[in-house]
Design a binder for this molecule. Structure first.
Ligand SMILES: Cc1cc2nc3c(=O)[nH]c(=O)nc-3n(C[C@H](O)[C@H](O)[C@H](O)COP(=O)(O)OP(=O)(O)OC[C@H]3O[C@@H](n4cnc5c(N)ncnc54)[C@H](O)[C@@H]3O)c2cc1C
Ligand code: FES
Length: 269
């Protein structure tokens, strides 16, 4: 029977990788998820807990995909604690994907916002000149640096910045973005992470007429454009995105300023 991507498919966790004390990657086998496009997400059902939107992480093993989860509230902690042999439900993939440009590319990821960037790296060409920026608060929260290097050819253009300077460059990753886009002409900038980080990155690139796209992470419940909980102004992040062009985002008055909480009430960032 053909798979209905709106019905949860049950998968079994085969491997758990501790990336940091609060971030884990859960690997599973599946027919569909290993082949999703960069930027696409799945709705992940943790039985008895909740259902969460998660970017689909790559696995280097054929036929496998993964989720990389940071434990935060009850739902993400429920996913974080699923052991090897535990089962979860996945539906999707949902959402659009990054437009793949060629040439000089800048990929910017903060925290688990690095997940779609790792998949994007598997799509770039060997002739592209790619720089990856990894932003973290502190050394303990840096992950995927080795993975990014292993996916890049040559493996030299991965720059880490920590807010407190405990590893890599000191300061916000957005300061590094501003520095790089003021000195270089990029053919495209891609970003995923905390919305303030995406907002500043979009501003830095778009103000210099550099093509830029951001993958928005908003509160999601249905994941398929019905409930409205993920709206950003007139846009539904799950249905119209999650990837939006800087050109479009620069006209959206909520992006970078306002978000909807679990009750759907607008709050300031
Ligand atoms: C497209 C997309 C991709 C994501 N990819 C990842 C990822 O790869 N790794 C990762 O760790 N996190 C990811 N997130 C964020 C993750 O879904 C939230 O961290 C998680 O929902 C909040 O977990 P919690 O335990 O704090 O939620 P709880 O406080 O337990 O609340 C859960 C409920 O609120 C919703 N919710 C709460 N916060 C968010 C949020 N920030 N975004 C969306 N829904 C929320 C959930 O869907 C659910 O209905 C992604 C979010 C989106 C929208
Ligand atoms: S999550 Fe329901 S409309 Fe987007």
């Amino acid at each position: 029977m053909q798979r209905n991507h709106n019905h949860p498919t049950i998968v079994t966790i085969e491997k758990v990788i501790d990336e940091t004390p609060t971030v884990r990657t859960l690997v599973f086998s599946d027919d569909v998820m290993p082949n999703v496009l960069p930027g696409q997400f799945a709705m992940v059902w943790i039985p008895g807990v909740n259902e969460l939107p998660m970017s689909v992480m790559i696995s280097k093993e054929p036929g496998k995909a993964a989720f990389t989860v940071r434990k935060h509230g009850p739902s993400s902690t429920g996913l974080f604690n699923v052991p090897v042999g535990g089962q979860i439900g996945i539906r999707g993939p949902y959402g659009n994907s990054f437009d793949l440009k060629e040439g000089k590319l800048l990929l910017v990821g903060g925290g688990t916002g690095l997940v779609p960037m790792m998949r994007l790296l598997t799509f770039v060409k060997s002739t592209d000149d790619v720089t990856v920026l990894i932003g973290a608060k502190t050394k303990d929260e840096v992950f995927f640096e080795d993975l990014a290097n292993s996916l890049l050819d040559p493996p030299s253009n991965v720059i880490v910045s920590t807010d407190d300077g405990s590893y890599g460059e000191k300061g916000f990753v957005t300061d590094l973005v501003e520095k790089l886009v003021s000195k270089n002409h990029y053919d495209a900038v891609y970003v995923c992470g905390p919305e303030i980080m995406m907002y500043k990155t979009v501003q830095s690139a778009h103000s210099r007429n550099i093509f830029v796209q951001a993958s928005l992470e908003r509160m999601m419940k249905c994941g398929v454009g019905i409930c409205g909980s993920c709206c950003v102004g007139e846009d539904l992040a799950c249905r119209d995105g999650t990837v939006f062009d800087g050109e479009h985002l620069s006209t959206n008055k909520e992006f970078g300023h306002l978000y909807r909480n679990k009750a759907g009430i607008l709050e300031n960032y």
